[in-house]
Design a protein around this ligand. Structure first.
Ligand code: NAD
Length: 399
């Protein structure tokens, strides 16, 4: 008998370390002879891009490049890429950039394989089968998209961003090279890293720590997922120590590596456990203010933690310990967790209130109503959440 339960999902391989990016040619060649790269104009102009193209060429892989991926991933860009490169019939799709470029690669792979519109797949478990294998090379440390089953995009027909989630979207291989993040400016390093910390906290405290509908249809377990909890705590520990260092000195490659590993661990955690209230509430805030996803979820996180405290004592004590609090009293450790998170975010320049993100008081009711639309996230919150509960969180976060 064991009291451990868990589900893990991950790419077939993760290559991690400085210089690993040059394995791209070899990894792509193992998957076929034609690779489509999804990236953006910024990365396409870098010397790193030239080196990656050379690595593919020397491995005998023909390449086409789509370099017009945009932040927040407007769906039109996905369709443009699919139309432009369908005839190439790529054997692999390489996502190269921030979360937006990685999500672009996943969606292009999905639509080239199964056809239809992106909207056919919005939600969970709508992808009917395997897709063209994706190789993900992140250049930010935050979203965890290199290991997650999720792709997030902006559909101009809808007010809020939308997501596709399916195990078939997990990249085939993640190549994580901390050197690719050296060029991230302070603000991007902070926001992306803060996004990773919210992934870890929401995964650790989620109700549905393993939505296992596709794997074990007869049993959806509610309770601890031993594996995602471990990954979440690894991420929290590393981010508490190294995220401020990476923000303060962007050339600190050791700190960059630790933060990249933490973002990956947080991605493994929320890839099975999901996220909750902070993510549900960020969607309408992002739509209103056009502020970065990571800034929104991070600003909200301490207030969401205050709201959830009564349901999360043991997890909050673990969070405090992971953040270096050595208080021997478990109740005090639990009570201190929201403050530790708030202070870490303050140190790296995350806005302290929703007002700091540009939200007006007269928008709070609308935000609370729209947040309820993310039902999957709302029901994953550790403390039962209704519109009044969300209104209380956003009121506290705005004050
Ligand atoms: P991003 O991909 O939106 O990029 C933001 C900006 O940073 C872009 O202008 C980009 O060119 C620039 N940039 C990227 N790497 C850089 C580098 N090394 N140096 C300098 N500039 C760089 O940013 P992100 O935070 O990585 O991704 C956010 C997106 O990911 C959002 O659309 C969000 O909704 C989504 N997301 C996806 C998942 C998932 O599991 N798929 C999880 C969380 C968030």
């Amino acid at each position: 008998m064991t009291d451990l339960f868990g589900i893990m999902r991950s790419p077939r391989a993760v290559l991690f370390g400085n210089g690993q990016r040059l394995a791209l040619g070899r990894v792509a060649a193992a998957l076929g002879r034609r690779a489509l790269i999804c990236t953006d104009e910024r990365f396409a102009a870098t010397p790193e891009m030239a080196a990656l193209l050379a690595s593919l060429e020397s491995a005998g892989v023909r390449v086409q490049v789509f370099d017009r991926s945009l932040p927040d991933l407007p769906v039109e860009g996905v369709y443009e890429c699919v139309a432009a490169h369908r005839a190439f019939q790529p054997d692999t799709i390489v996502g190269l950039g921030g979360g937006s470029c990685l999500d672009m690669a996943k969606l292009v792979s999905l639509l080239l394989t199964h056809g239809g519109d992106a909207a056919d797949y919005y939600g969970e478990y709508k992808v009917p089968g395997p897709t063209i294998p994706v190789i993900a090379l992140p250049t930010t440390s935050g979203t965890g998209s290199e290991v997650t089953p999720v792709a997030v995009l902006a559909d101009s027909a809808r007010d809020l961003k939308v997501g596709v989630s399916s195990p078939h979207l997990i990249p085939h291989t993640a190549i994580c090279d901390p050197e690719l993040t050296l060029s991230c400016p302070k603000g991007l390093t902070a926001i992306a890293g803060a996004d990773a910390l919210t992934h870890a906290i929401e995964a650790l405290t989620a109700v549905r720590r393993s939505p296992d509908a596709d794997i074990a249809q007869t049993r959806v377990f509610v309770g601890k997922n031993a594996f995602s909890d471990q990954q979440a705590l690894i991420a929290i520990r590393a981010l508490a120590s190294y995220l401020p260092r990476a923000v303060e000195d962007g050339s600190d490659l050791h700190a960059r590596g630790q933060v990249m590993a933490a973002a990956l661990a947080a991605g493994l955690a929320f890839g099975v456990a999901g996220t909750a209230a902070a993510h549900a509430i960020q969607y309408p805030i992002g739509a209103l203010t056009h502020t970065a996803h990571g800034a929104g979820v991070a600003t909200l996180m301490p207030y969401v933690m205050d709201f959830n405290a009564s349901a999360c004592a043991a997890d909050y004590a673990d969070i405090s310990r992971a953040m270096g609090d050595t208080d021997p009293d478990a109740a005090r450790l639990a009570a201190n967790a929201p403050r530790h998170v708030y202070e870490l975010f303050a140190r790296i320049g995350i806005p302290a209130t929703l007002e700091g993100l540009g939200v007006r008081a007269d928008q709070l009711d609308w935000i609370a109503g729209q947040s309820m639309l993310a039902a999957r996230l709302v029901t994953n919150n550790p403390r039962p959440l209704d519109q009044d509960g969300i209104a209380a969180i956003v009121a506290a976060a705005h004050a």
